[in-house]
Structure formats: C-alpha cells, structure tokens
Design a protein around this ligand. Structure first.
Ligand code: ADP
Ligand code: ASP
Ligand code: MG
Length: 421
C-alpha cells in the first residue's frame, strides 16, 4: 500500500511486503484457520503489506487423489491411470477452498482481503501436469490489490501453463509458490509456517534427539530437500537461492513474539561452514530398479519414456555396459502402481527391488576422508540394513536400504555423525 510520508510532502512510501505461507497442518480445521487469520492480521497491524500463500486443508490433497483412483478403478480397473491433467483440475481445488475461507476469516476480523488462484496471480508454468515448473511470475493483480490496501490470499501449489491449462507444482509445491511470489514482489521476508519450528538435523518425528538449526545455508538445505527431507520443497529452496530470498521457517503453533524460534535459510559465509555432516534424511517414496539390457534391442529409451509419462523422476542412475541401476522418486507419480504393472509387462528385464528407503547423510567435504564412508556402511550393516546401493559425493552419502530399518538407520547415523557431544 502506498502512504503519504508526512516527513516529505510529495513523496509516497510503500509498506514492506511480507509473504507468509501456511501448510496443510496449519489450516487443517476452522479453529486453526482462525488462528492463522489472527496471525496474518497481527502482521498487517505491525505495518506490513501481507501476501498469504495457503495449502489445502490437512490431508485434502491425499484424499482427492484417493477418490480419483477409486473412480478410475471402478470404471477401468486397477491399472487405469487417471489423466494427470484431470488430477491437476481436481487437486488444485484443495488450495482454492483454503484461500476463500481464509479471506472470509480475515474479512470477518474487519480487514480488507481478497483471494486469488495461482493463474489469477500470473504464475506461469511449463505444461508438465502434476509436477510443473514455474517459468515466470506476473503478479500485477496482487500488486493492484496491495495498492488498494488488501491482504492478498493466494492458493499455493498451482499455476497456469502457457497453453492456459491449470497445472500443479508437485507435492509440497506451495513452498515454491511462496518463494516465487516473494521474489517477484521484492518482498521484505518470506515466512514459511508449518507444524515444526524450523529445520532440524533430522526429521524430529524419526529422530527425537534431532537438533534445531537456527541458520542453514541454501546449499545444505537443497541437498537435504533433494534427498527427500519434507520440511521444505526442493524447488522452493532452489528458487530462494537463485533469487537471494531469505526464508524464515517457523511453527504456526508458537505464540506470536518478536523473536520466535525459527530457522533462517540464507547464504552463509564459507568460513562458517566447516566440512562435516549436518543432517540425516530418509525418503521412502523411492524405488530401486535394475535393468539388464539387450545391446541388440536396448529397452532403456522406452523405460525412460514411460517413467517420464508417469511423472517418475530420477534420483540416481548409473550404467555400466548393459546394466543400469536407478533410484527413482515416485512422489509425483500418483499412478505408479499402474505404470509398474505396464513396465513389468513390456520390459521383463526391468526388475524392481520392493520396500526400500533412501537414507542420506548431508553435509560438506564428506569424502575428504574415506574412513567416514567405511563407518557409514559399517553402521548400516550392524543394524542388519546393508546398503543395496551406495552413492558418495562430497555433499552426501546415500544408501538404499530395506524400508523397515529406515527409522533405526536415521537414529544411528544421526548419533554417530551429526549429534554434538
Ligand atoms: P506443511 O504441510 O506445513 O508444508 P510438511 O509436512 O510438508 O509441512 O513439512 C513439515 C514436516 O517435515 C514436519 O512435520 C517434519 O516431520 C518433517 N521434516 C522432515 N525432515 C525435517 C527436518 N530436517 N527438519 C524439520 N522437519 C522435518
Ligand atoms: N497440498 C499440496 C500437497 O499436499 C501442496 C502443499 O501442501 O504444499 O502436496
Ligand atoms: Mg510441505
């Protein structure tokens, strides 16, 4: 909003813009939505223009996907894959419900507010349904409404492709909406609120002794997010890093105070980043696959095409001679079951190892001394969870292990490599 500055007659000044994002657990029911409205109003009263990005309420996205699968199975059998375009039309409604309800809640508290979908906010994406990437943000309508003194509520996780189709940004994508808008609006701050008061050295649900990190470098958090840490979406961290947007990760459920417990995500000085292990991450939305190809009739190109159509992404892939090993993420492949069946039918040499998890140790300079990797493998073996695939780079050690040992492995690796004594 533009204000006349009493200290200089002709000049106008604008309020700082704060972008706040509230995740599904923060807006799970009417009472929580009301608390979010109070928090937004308090930020407004503190002298800021506020743009709020919301996720779908609670587990709404999962529930909508389950209904889509049921409807598909009822008509076309278990192998029917609902088209990803229609899934986007469906799941984008989840955030739309929250945006309208939050706008109502804020207006009921006597403040001007207006809600917008991603496409109304000018979030332009590529045309990859269910896992689209933002190409450009044209936030003119948001700017106009801010100038009119409105609090603007935005449906996260969605945009519009250059073909004018509704798209969604991949699971957890409301974080990306928030960071992209903060960059486009040149916001003062981007605050991401969830059920945890920042980034920890491991998922506190799996590792109760995980340590709170008051500050974390973009690079470390990006490695963690790309390894499957759910706390912030990897695309959001990448966008923040490129645009130089500082992220303040906080808990919705903490009281509103001047200096809340939080994690500040920003570029840290190299001198403050001694080479060492910083965090442990586990991802269970992965698949280990092996392909022994026939050089006369290679199947790899067809396999990659099928994975692409299904929305499967590659975490690791290595080929030696006719043998290819892959770690695949099925986070944004809602119909992976049907694709797996079709792959099994068309490419019998494509073998899947069931029930695995990828456990990663993230940090810097990890390969400087190979004894660290030796210890990493030894600890997993001791747990009865030997690495079925091992990847090592300076930023990360990662092992595919049996899923049943994922929690114990996180705890043991955290204790051995990360915990401060
Ligand atoms: P939201 O719905 O608000 O986007 P998410 O469920 O996506 O929230 O992310 C928050 C969750 O991320 C936490 O409840 C926590 O269990 C999990 N998490 C995983 N790894 C970490 C970590 N390293 N630090 C903090 N939380 C983590
Ligand atoms: N509602 C979407 C999801 O569950 C997006 C998000 O929460 O960020 O993945
Ligand atoms: Mg999230």
């Amino acid at each position: 909003m533009l204000l006349t500055d009493p200290s200089s007659e002709n000049q106008v000044r604008s309020l700082p813009i704060v972008v706040q994002k509230y995740g599904g657990s923060s807006v799970a029911d009417v009472a929580k939505l009301g608390r979010v409205a109070d928090r937004v109003v308090a930020t407004r009263r503190a002298g800021n223009d506020v743009v709020v990005v919301v996720s779908a309420m609670g587990k709404t996205t999962d529930e909508l996907l389950r209904v889509a699968a049921d409807v598909g199975a009822a008509g076309g059998g278990l192998d029917f894959e609902p088209p990803r375009r229609e899934l986007d039309m469906l799941v984008s409604t989840g955030e739309r419900v929250t945006m309208a309800l939050l706008s109502i809640a804020i207006q009921a508290r006597g403040h001007k507010a207006i809600s917008f979908t991603g496409s109304q906010c000018g979030i332009i994406t590529n045309d990859r349904h269910f896992d689209a990437r933002i190409i450009e943000v044209r936030p003119h309508r948001i700017e106009d409404e801010i100038a009119r003194g409105h609090i603007v509520i935005v449906a996260g996780y969605q945009g519009m492709s250059y073909r004018r189709e509704i798209t969604t940004l991949g699971r957890g994508g409301s974080d990306t909406t928030a960071v992209a808008l903060a960059a486009a609006l040149r916001a003062e701050r981007c605050e991401i609120y969830s059920d945890v008061d920042g980034v920890y050295s491991a998922d506190p649900r799996a590792v109760p002794s995980a340590q709170h990190l008051p500050e974390v470098d973009y690079g470390t958090l990006q490695t963690m997010a790309e390894s499957g840490a759910k706390v912030l979406c990897a695309q959001a961290v990448e966008w923040a890093r490129r645009a130089g947007i500082a992220i303040y990760a906080r808990s919705t459920f903490d009281p509103v105070v001047a200096e809340p417990r939080q994690t500040l995500v920003r570029q840290l000085e190299p001198s403050s980043q001694q080479p060492r292990a910083r965090a442990v991450v586990a991802d269970t939305k992965i698949v280990l696959a092996r392909l022994r190809d026939d050089p006369a009739q290679p199947a790899l190109p067809m396999v990659l095409d099928m994975l692409s159509t299904a929305g499967v992404t590659i975490r690791e892939l290595s080929t030696e001679g006719a043998d290819t090993t892959m770690v695949l993420s099925v986070l944004n492949a809602p119909q992976w079951g049907a694709t797996r069946t079709e792959l099994g039918r068309k490419v019998p040499a494509f073998q899947l190892v069931p029930a695995v998890a990828l456990v990663s140790l993230c940090g810097g300079g990890l390969t400087d001394d190979p004894s660290g990797l030796r210890e990493f493998c030894r600890l997993l073996e001791e747990l009865g969870a030997p690495a079925q695939l091992l990847v090592a780079s300076p930023l990360r050690f990662a092992a595919v292990i049996a899923q049943q040992h994922a929690v114990a492995a996180q705890q043991r690796l955290h204790e051995a490599f990360v915990a401060e004594r």
